[in-house]
Ligand binder design. Structure first.
Ligand SMILES: NC(=O)c1ccc[n+]([C@@H]2O[C@H](COP(=O)([O-])OP(=O)(O)OC[C@H]3O[C@@H](n4cnc5c(N)ncnc54)[C@H](OP(=O)(O)O)[C@@H]3O)[C@@H](O)[C@H]2O)c1
Length: 313
């Protein structure tokens, strides 16, 4: 079969022949229909993700750990966790029986590949307890997941929405009440965050911008802290930050991981909700569809501007 094959850590996958997967006991072959290439897939390929060893223990291997495909009986499903070295960027892959869920009738498979990023945004409610009317800061709002988070915040009934990013033109495209460009100097950014304190933060950046945000939440003098619930989702601006003790002790900041509260029930509910919103066209996002044979050039693209790269074998 044809596949996108990675030969070196942090290399670029190439369109090549690869041995067809053979299903073992308790496994099933999936004909891949669509797979999104996300930051997590790049981090696994580069070996920098915490699960990289488990997901891609050796090379050569095929990247991407989930996608949409057809089972041998013709059912269209979303699948996950293919058995290494198989991944989703191939004509076929192999997964454990049960490592898939049906895709509802009429939902474009390419659209379905993007929905997990919207499900993640529901962590504002599941992990951070967002209530209608509360204000939200989307930290890193110009990427695919950030743009979805702005929309999900509105759909969950948020009041004021503040969005941060590095590009004014892209920030203007968002349905936000206030935007902050994080490329300004530290003091200016600190002031902007102080003026725009929210109830909840959906953080896709970590690194410098979130370090400054947390510093901005420390009161200037003795005062009762105001609560702020930050849900940590992504780390495109840095895997680490400096967290002075006072940023927690006196600020009212509570930090949650996006996985908090996730389980089969909350996941199923979130999935049903985003499918419903997608069908009603209340969630919109850009897709860049490419055929598998173009993977080498597509993997290296830097011009996506908030559109998801979706590979269709
Ligand atoms: N936990 C989950 O389930 C989950 C789900 C989805 C996403 N995520 C994570 O969320 C993050 C964003 O994902 P995505 O799919 O939205 O990515 P994406 O579409 O590739 O967008 C990346 C965004 O990050 C910004 N960015 C890149 N480098 C930056 C830096 N050094 N400083 C500040 N901003 C920077 C980009 O801004 P410019 O436009 O200015 O370049 C762009 O807005 C990733 O860390 C991803 O792994 C997690």
């Amino acid at each position: 079969m044809k596949a996108a094959v990675l030969h070196e850590r942090d290399g670029v996958p190439r369109y090549e022949d690869f041995p067809d997967p053979v299903a073992g006991a308790g496994e099933v072959i999936v004909e891949v229909v669509a797979a999104a290439v996300e930051n997590v897939d790049r981090a696994v390929a580069a070996g920098t993700h915490f699960a990289a060893r488990a997901m891609m223990p050796e090379l050569p291997a095929i990247p991407c750990f989930d996608g949409i495909g057809r089972l041998p009986d013709g059912r269209l499903v979303g699948f996950g966790n293919p058995r290494p070295p198989y991944g989703a960027l191939a004509e076929r892959t192999v997964v454990a029986e049960g490592a898939f869920a049906p895709i509802p009738e009429g939902l474009d498979p390419a659209v379905a590949t993007v929905l997990p990023s919207a499900i993640t945004a529901i962590s504002m409610k599941v992990a951070a307890g967002l209530k209608p009317g509360e204000s939200v800061l989307v930290q890193g709002a110009t990427g695919v997941a950030g743009r979805l988070a702005v929309q999900v915040a509105r759909l969950l009934g948020a009041g004021r929405v503040v969005a941060t990013g590095r590009d004014d033109e892209q920030l203007r495209e968002l349905d936000a009440d206030e935007v902050i460009n994080t490329t300004v100097g530290d003091d200016e950014l600190l002031d902007a965050f102080r003026r725009n304190r929210t109830d909840v933060v959906a953080d896709f950046l970590w690194g410098r911008p979130t370090e400054i945000l947390l510093r901005a939440m420390v009161p200037a003098g003795f005062a009762f802290p105001e609560p702020l619930r930050l849900v940590q989702i992504g780390e495109v601006a840095g895997a680490d930050l400096r967290l002075p003790a006072e940023s927690l002790r006196t600020s009212g900041v509570e930090i949650y991981g996006a996985a908090k509260g996730l389980g089969p029930a909350t996941m199923g509910e979130a999935y049903g909700q985003v499918v419903e919103w997608a069908r009603q066209k209340r969630l919109t996002f850009g897709l860049e569809r490419v055929p598998l044979r173009d993977i080498e050039a597509a993997w290296q693209r830097t011009d996506l501007r908030g559109r998801r790269l979706v590979v269709e074998p």
